[in-house]
Design a protein around this ligand. Structure first.
Ligand code: HPA
Ligand code: ZN
Length: 356
């Protein structure tokens, strides 16, 4: 909860989340629970004392030094997620918590290669997450889209194979595709977006949406690379955009939305504190962005904590919050009818606030 008198408005805003890794919702308690259910041996105390208990693991998550130091824990924890039901449970963990934070529409990432490398089929992963998405719409009224990410630190051939498996599975077919878009994540520096051009071109031909992590740790040429080579329609993180004014102007002109993750940036030391995230600069320059939780089980909280942290750092007014939420609705990949519903919810929410 933030200290602001706007907290109740902020809590009730109809939020769209566009930067959320479903695997990043695997909490320490769920790691231990699934390890026990699936008979998986966690690292011993001598290998890594952080695995002594869920509490010790949670405490360890407060001391990441950069993206790679986090990713080592993120990938290792996934060993405990095995069955379709496990994937559904992980997805459900996200949707129930997000719904309580006011999320109405979510476009969520998943990393097939972190599972197929362990012998789990793409079908098991997608069907589990898809079941969670369907249940979220039915029981919570939260609409969603799935975004399949390539792990950029692995050989490009593995991304090619993942793309081929998704095409063969029919996941990109039809009006209501099971997988709506492509993403690119994992270690950024040294793994340039241009490497993945072929899969993104194939996606564009099929009408599949495109986004990519860029400008989290990588310099602004990673952002321009994603725009030029991948024809990305959104940029995930993108905070280093402020270092290149000409590119910033281009992002505004081409109506590219950034999916900013303030608490993640602090936890992975991309910035020292939330006040250093260029929120005010983006607002003033007309750069559209949404606020997101990235990996909530690792970075101290779900979406509302990110909204509150921004409010504590920037003390935004009602009009500024309205702009942020309106841009995140309009930058979503849902249909026009759903956007209209979400915009009406926003109007209603702001009106209720101003009339009290
Ligand atoms: N950056 C890159 N890869 C990731 C992240 C992130 O913030 N979270 C999960 N995979
Ligand atoms: Zn991310």
């Amino acid at each position: 909860m933030c200290k602001s008198e706007l907290h109740s408005l902020i809590a009730s805003l109809p939020k769209c989340e566009h930067h959320l890794h479903l695997e990043g919702c695997l909490s320490p308690s769920l790691v231990f629970q699934l390890a026990s259910k699936n008979n998986i041996t966690l690292p011993s105390a001598s290998e890594d004392p952080a695995y002594a208990s869920p509490e010790a693991l949670a405490a360890r998550y407060n001391h990441f030094t950069d993206l790679n130091s986090f990713l080592a824990y993120y990938y290792r924890a996934l060993d405990v997620v095995i069955t379709q039901d496990d994937f559904e449970m992980l997805g459900w963990e996200y949707f129930t918590t997000a719904a309580a934070d006011g999320v109405k529409h979510a476009e969520v990432f998943f990393d097939p290669q972190s599972h197929t490398a362990r012998g789990i089929s793409l079908d098991t992963v997608v069907k589990g997450f898809e079941a969670a998405c369907k249940r979220a719409e039915k029981e919570l009224g939260v609409t969603s889209k799935l975004i399949m990410c390539f792990l950029r630190h692995l050989p490009v051939q593995e991304s090619r194979d993942t793309m081929a498996a998704a095409v063969a599975g029919g996941y990109f077919e039809g009006e209501e595709r099971v997988i709506e878009g492509l993403g690119l994540d994992s270690s950024e520096v040294g793994f340039r977006p241009e490497l993945f051009e072929e899969m993104y071109a194939q996606a564009e031909k099929m009408g599949v949406r495109r986004t990519a992590h860029a400008g989290e740790e990588g310099d602004p040429t990673y952002i321009s690379g994603a725009l030029d080579a991948l024809r990305a329609e959104r940029i995930d993180h993108g905070i280093r955009l402020v270092e290149d004014p000409a590119l910033l102007e281009r992002v505004v002109k081409e109506d590219i939305m950034l999916t900013v993750c303030p608490l993640s940036n602090v936890c992975l030391r991309a910035v020292e504190n939330v006040a250093q995230v260029p929120i005010r600069k983006f607002l003033e320059a007309g750069v559209k962005f949404s606020l997101n939780s990235d990996d909530p089980a690792y970075f101290g909280g779900y979406i509302l904590k990110n909204y509150c942290a921004v409010q504590d750092a920037f003390n935004l007014n009602v009009e500024e919050w309205k702009v942020i939420v309106q841009n995140s609705i309009e930058g979503s990949w849902c249909g026009e009818q759903r956007k209209k519903e979400l915009l009406a919810m926003l109007e209603d929410c702001v009106q209720k606030h101003t009339s009290t």
